[in-house]
Design a protein around this ligand. Structure first.
Ligand SMILES: [Zn+2]
Length: 258
């Protein structure tokens, strides 16, 4: 099923039925910032958040071994690029459509709005999905994020262009590319952040989620600037997706108790 046959702005009106029954399944472990290449990713991280992340982050030893191969529940294959650093690779107790709704619904889900509010982000704007010239569903999301660095700007505007790849199929797989631009910070025009989300139906009415990210330098700059951007963007990404994963686990717990 091609994305153009799916109403991403109103999935309930799409024709493919979704399975609603839920069974409990042990949550799989997660790796944050497991590097596949020497390149990396976005969002500047605050020192305060880094400390809290280090304090609460589960030990990574043996976690990789606990992660089973993804995509055992659907025969649909993703044709997206999986290069870059792995930020989330785990199994969540949502069905695949429900997880898509949480992360990519047209008006921004209550979950996602609360998540961003908890990070002091403001001016959230979630665009509707529309067909682009390539025949893919595309939309823009923007927000102002708080920066807590001791020096420099205290906030930055982030603009994301989100694209649903044509291998996506309701009830089976969602393959989404995200390009993120920062505005209002030094050297913002030098790089963009490329992220890729894979949501795949998994047994037990759960979903395997993979998120990878990478820095895309669009202008040449000094090596020391590149190093600075890579370091702080990667740290920011790791913290962001760690927080997102923790909140998704809590949301899954709440939904499965109902
Ligand atoms: Zn993928």
């Amino acid at each position: 099923m091609r994305p153009e046959s799916i109403d991403f702005n109103n999935p309930e009106r799409s024709t493919i039925p979704t399975r609603r029954s839920r069974t409990r399944q042990t949550q799989q472990a997660i790796t944050y910032g497991k590097r596949k290449t020497t390149r990396g990713t976005t969002h500047l991280v605050s020192q305060q958040r880094k400390k809290s992340m280090k304090a609460t982050q589960a030990p990574q030893t043996n976690q990789v071994e606990m992660i089973r191969d993804l995509a055992v529940g659907t025969s649909h294959q993703c044709d997206g690029q999986h290069d870059g650093r792995i930020f989330i690779k785990t199994n969540l107790r949502f069905d695949v459509d429900a997880l898509f709704e949480l992360l990519f619904s047209p008006a921004g889900s209550t979950f996602l709005r609360k998540f961003h509010a908890g990070r002091s982000s403001t001016d959230l704007c979630f665009g509707k999905w529309n067909c682009n010239v390539a025949g893919q569903q595309e939309r823009q999301v923007s927000m102002i994020v708080a920066l807590q660095a001791n020096v420099g700007p205290k906030s930055a505007r982030i603009v994301e262009r989100q694209t649903i790849r044509q291998c996506s199929a309701k009830g089976e797989i969602y393959s989404i590319d995200v390009e993120s631009l920062n505005q209002g910070i030094p050297y913002a025009d030098v790089f963009t952040i490329l992220m890729h989300y894979c949501l795949k139906r998994s047994p037990g009415n759960t979903t395997d989620i993979l998120v990878v990210g990478d820095i895309n330098f669009v202008k040449s700059t000094w090596a020391i600037v590149k190093t600075f951007i890579l370091k702080h963007s990667l740290e920011g990404m790791a913290e962001y997706f760690y927080s997102l994963h923790q909140q998704l686990l809590k949301e899954a717990e709440t939904m499965n108790r109902r």
